[in-house]
Design a protein around this ligand. Structure first.
Ligand code: COA
Length: 254
């Protein structure tokens, strides 16, 4: 479910999510594999940074796997949200080495939340980004409601989340959601170039800088998000939203 390689020259680990037929949707196995791999990398001093991307040229990650969670109760949904944050999303945010997302296509829902957890986001010019959960009768459950406003401001985050709209890479760059936009063929090269710049810094300093920068974000909103996310699983409109997606039709919300 994930590919792994190392670029020795840049001292970088490159992880690719490998479910292209499902647009690299994050199922439980992918989350666990990513989490385990990050644990290994954390304890490998020769690796100074991490790049996360998706296999293929269509999707970075098109969201959490809707097929896996469609029948969840409130309790299981809260557990999904909280355990995902502990196992993966918060682990990346607080990782002691810089993590870069190479956004090579759709970054939607949990996919954009994965990118939001990374420290630097580089998009290919064909990338499309959004948090479409409200169109499924849900809200983002992996810190999207917390991190998106921190990065692009409450004003624009409200609009993106409440309208469920997707934006292109150019717009994402304009509003500060991604650091750089490059052609798809140059995406990895651009990320590796940034990784090389880390060689001129101290690993301890980068770890402290990440910790310190993240501390400007401390709040309790993540608990509210998990609770509200779970409660929506009991609604008829959520069932309608998911059924409509799976049946490839427009939802008919009450
Ligand atoms: N979870 C599970 N499966 C997903 C998925 C997701 N988040 N996103 C895409 N897939 C699957 C599709 O069900 C389809 O599988 P199938 O061939 O077995 O039917 C396959 O990936 C290809 O997707 P498809 O919808 O046919 O591609 P498309 O080019 O027509 O549309 C998207 C691409 C990204 C616009 C569309 O797949 C989409 O809207 N995905 C869901 C995005 C979303 O709501 N994410 C938030 C989840 S919380």
């Amino acid at each position: 479910m994930i590919n792994y390689k190392e670029n020795q020259e840049c001292k970088t680990a490159i992880i690719e999510i490998n479910r292209p037929t499902q647009l690299n949707a994050l199922n439980n196995k992918v989350i666990t594999d990513l989490s385990d791999k990050l644990n290994d990398i954390e304890h490998t001093p020769s690796i100074r940074s991490v790049i996360i991307s998706g296999v293929g040229d269509k999707a970075f990650v098109a969201g959490a796997d809707i097929k896996e969670f469609q029948d969840f109760t409130t309790e299981r949904a809260i557990e999904l949200s909280k355990s995902g944050k502990i196992k993966l999303f918060n682990k990346i945010s607080h990782f002691s080495k810089p993590v870069i997302s190479a956004i090579n296509g759709y970054a939607l829902g949990g996919g954009l939340e994965l990118a939001l957890s990374t420290h630097i986001r580089i998009a290919s010019s064909s990338a499309k980004l959004g948090l479409p959960e409200c169109s499924l009768g849900l809200i983002p459950g992996y810190s999207g409601t917390q991190k998106l406003p921190q990065i692009i401001g409450v004003n624009l985050a409200m609009e993106m989340i409440l309208t469920a709209k997707m934006i292109n890479a150019e717009e994402a760059h304009r509003i500060g959601l991604v650091n750089h936009v490059v052609e798809q063929d140059n995406l990895l090269e651009k990320c590796l170039k940034i990784c090389k710049l880390f060689h001129g810094t101290s690993p301890e300093a980068l770890s402290s800088a990440i910790k310190s920068i993240n501390s400007c974000y401390l709040n309790e909103g993540d608990d509210v998000e998990s609770r509200e996310f779970g409660a929506l699983f009991e609604t008829d409109n959520f069932k309608e939203g998911v059924n409509a997606f799976l049946q490839k039709r427009k939802p008919n919300f009450n």
